[in-house]
Design a protein around this ligand. Structure first.
Ligand code: THU
Length: 140
């Protein structure tokens, strides 16, 4: 389990990178801050596309950045998101595709921190948000 201080840092970083979200179509902006077991934090935002399907979620942007830099093991991710004109945010949980991508690299006890703001956050495990997940061990 990561410290409350680290959770707060991850949420703050997720809010910072949310500013970079490229969302001309949905106007729904998401930021993610992924903590590697090496102690480094990898940031991601959602990046949309005029052809729609090439769009990428914030969580996957963060995972793909980390993996492409050689980091394949993670402890936690903070995710914040909502409509760009929302006065206050609700919790924004990872979509099914992102849960599956996290399943590839993260243990059952990997922590997902959802936050409405820096003070209001809740933590779930990967096992809780993706029970009975299919993963790399199924192909061994
Ligand atoms: N989105 C994310 O980036 N992460 C989530 O957890 C949910 C959805 C993005 C995808 C798309 O750019 C926009 O939010 C609306 O679905």
């Amino acid at each position: 389990m990561i410290s409350e201080e680290m959770k707060k840092t991850l949420v703050e970083k997720a809010f910072e990178v949310r500013e970079k979200a490229y969302t001309p179509y949905s106007h729904h902006k998401v930021g993610a801050a992924l903590l590697g077991k090496n102690g480094q934090i990898y940031l991601g935002c959602n990046i949309e596309n005029a052809a729609f399907t090439p769009s990428n979620c914030a969580e996957r942007t963060a995972v793909f950045k980390a993996v492409s830099e050689g980091q394949l093991e993670f402890d936690a991710i903070a995710v914040v998101g909502g409509m760009e004109d929302a006065e206050e945010l609700d919790y924004c949980a990872p979509c099914g595709v992102c849960r599956q991508v996290l399943r590839e690299f993260c243990d059952n006890d990997f922590e997902i921190i959802l936050a409405k703001d820096v003070e209001h956050r809740k933590t779930l495990t990967l096992k809780e948000i993706l029970p009975l997940g299919f993963g790399p061990e199924n192909l061994r």
